[in-house]
Design a protein around this ligand. Structure first.
Ligand code: NDP
Length: 485
């Protein structure tokens, strides 16, 4: 079956779609039905070579343009993405299975925000002047060169833009490898960027599995690697990049805590817990999957949560009323079902959900476990699916220590009406992104990234510029130079 919005070939290299069917075929499955909707082919070594050499040529041209010119291209691409939001959202839904209700407001739109934000910033990127008596130093903010972006499968359009926009704003070229589970969306991002005026080759997309990613990461011509993926993959990619002393950004997994105090606005806290566990069927890295609920409100919380989950509209992701879709793949569904079985076996109390739905596609019910303890597997490991673990607590000091007792540190949230407690908890969280009385917002203006094993570096915001550029210091002596001999 062919869907109208599909890209026309597997790769986008040097400003054009490229096909080479000798690469390993990768089937693209629509998660809502299990049907194959496209086949792409992994990049052969020859195509990887073309991607790197064309990126090298394009980078020189792109970096020679002024920031204003570069920014204009990015902002034009942002406008085009917004104009084509419907088409891009449909494609995102076919690629990931996420409901159109979500993709139409959270994917191409978020990608467009990144292109617009970094497009606006491109002309403002400068070095500085440092006066040293009559001598002086000036710094030049220079691009790193060739950047590799490697994406996870949960937000394929957004990840392609969150990495591409700051990289391009700084004058780099990017070679992006999407997850093999969701290969389609990044191709459209590349197509739009080039239609908007990007020099051919400045943003290439090559398909493949981990071996294609590894070939890119280890190539000596690559200067920077930005990965969004799991912690185990992050360890491998970080180590490979270290071998070549390359710059890295690592956006990795999490098992984030969400603390709900007894004075919280209960409906808002439940909204936060729903957004932080069931949006995108729970396939969000920053999800607050360890929900610590104060014992005094635990039963009220669980009763209301179960009632609200009952109103989730589960089904065909293309229907506008659908608010909960399938898992991205059969594999991910089975991983999540395994965790649900472990939760039951460990003695957690199933409050609702817990089963695969009896229909085509990879659907799992929104699932809530109560009476979860810190040592259970479902409270320690990233599940990456719609499974909320509710843990009880009595005391602020105790809950903060338990919230931080994890190798992860991506995000953390707190719901309370006590202003000073909210800020005390936020300061105490060992996490890169914290939320007070909200959860999972990710505006481009704010830095996003993880502490501890959840990552290195930050995406979005002014902070991303430091991760896609480097400073050169130039010393200038105005007078004679003294030497010891
Ligand atoms: P994986 O870690 O399995 O894969 C991430 C990407 O890395 C894929 O494109 C994968 O290719 C590629 N890859 C795998 N092995 C290598 C290697 N040795 N060298 C180079 N590239 C490699 O993650 P998932 O795709 O399963 O995504 C889910 C994970 O991503 C979760 O842990 C989630 O928390 C995390 N994530 C983090 C986010 C953040 O911003 N912090 C945001 C979204 C997700 P392929 O899959 O094609 O083999």
């Amino acid at each position: 079956m062919t869907y109208p919005t599909q890209p026309t070939a597997s790769h986008f290299i040097n400003g054009a779609y490229v096909e080479d069917t000798s690469g390993t075929p990768i089937e693209v499955i629509y998660p809502a039905t299990g049907e194959t909707i496209a086949t792409v082919h992994a990049a052969t070594p020859a195509l990887i070579e073309q991607a790197i050499t064309s990126a090298g040529r394009a980078q020189a041209v792109w970096a020679a343009m002024t920031g204003t010119e570069r920014g204009r291209v990015l902002r034009r691409a942002a406008d085009m993405m917004r104009e084509r939001n419907h088409e891009l959202s449909v494609l995102e839904t076919y690629d990931t299975g996420k409901p159109y209700q979500e993709t139409s407001v959270a994917d191409a739109t978020s990608g467009a925000d990144a292109l617009e934000y970094f497009g606006g910033m491109a002309a403002t990127l400068t070095g500085e002047h440092i006066q040293l008596g009559e001598d002086w130093v000036y710094t030049r903010r220079e691009p790193l060169g060739l950047c590799v972006g490697i994406g996870a499968w949960n937000y394929p359009t957004q990840i392609a833009c969150w990495k591409g926009a700051p990289a391009l704003a700084c004058g780099n070229a990017m070679i992006f490898k999407p997850s093999e589970t969701t290969p389609l969306c990044a191709l459209k991002v590349a197509e739009i960027l080039h239609e908007a005026g990007l020099p051919a080759g400045a943003y290439n997309v090559v398909q493949g599995l981990g071996d294609v990613g590894a070939a890119l990461v280890t190539d000596p011509r690559i200067d920077k690697v930005s990965l969004t993926g799991s912690v185990p993959t992050g360890r491998k990619v970080y180590a490979a990049a270290a071998e070549g002393i390359k710059h890295v950004t690592m956006e990795l997994g999490g098992k984030s805590p969400l603390i709900i105090f007894e004075d919280a606005d209960l409906e808002n806290a439940i909204s936060g817990a729903i957004l932080g566990n069931f949006y995108s069927s729970g396939q969000v890295c920053s999800n607050g999957t360890r929900v610590f609920v104060h014992r005094a409100i635990k039963q009220a919380f669980l009763d209301r949560l179960a009632a609200r989950l009952d109103s989730a509209v589960i089904g065909d992701p293309m229907r506008p009323e659908t608010s909960f879709g399938p898992m991205v793949s059969e594999r991910q569904m089975n991983i999540v079902l395994d965790y649900i079985a472990k939760g039951k076996a460990e003695g957690a109390r199933l409050v609702c959900g817990g089963c695969r739905l009896d229909r085509d596609g990879f659907y799992i019910q929104p699932t809530v476990f109560a009476d979860v303890t810190d040592d259970m597997v479902i409270a320690r490991e990233e599940i990456f699916g719609p499974v909320m673990a509710v843990l009880d607590f009595d005391d602020e000091t105790e809950v903060l220590a338990r919230a931080n007792a994890t190798e992860f540190g991506l995000a953390a949230g707190v719901f309370t009406r006590d202003l000073t407690r909210a800020h005390r908890i936020a300061a105490g969280f060992e996490a890169g992104t914290c939320y007070i009385n909200t959860y999972n917002d990710a505006p481009v203006e704010a830095p996003f990234g993880g502490a501890k094993s959840s990552g290195v570096g930050r995406e979005n915001s002014k902070a991303a510029i430091a991760h896609y550029s480097q400073l050169k210091s130039v010393y200038v002596r105005m007078g004679d130079l003294e030497a010891p001999f």
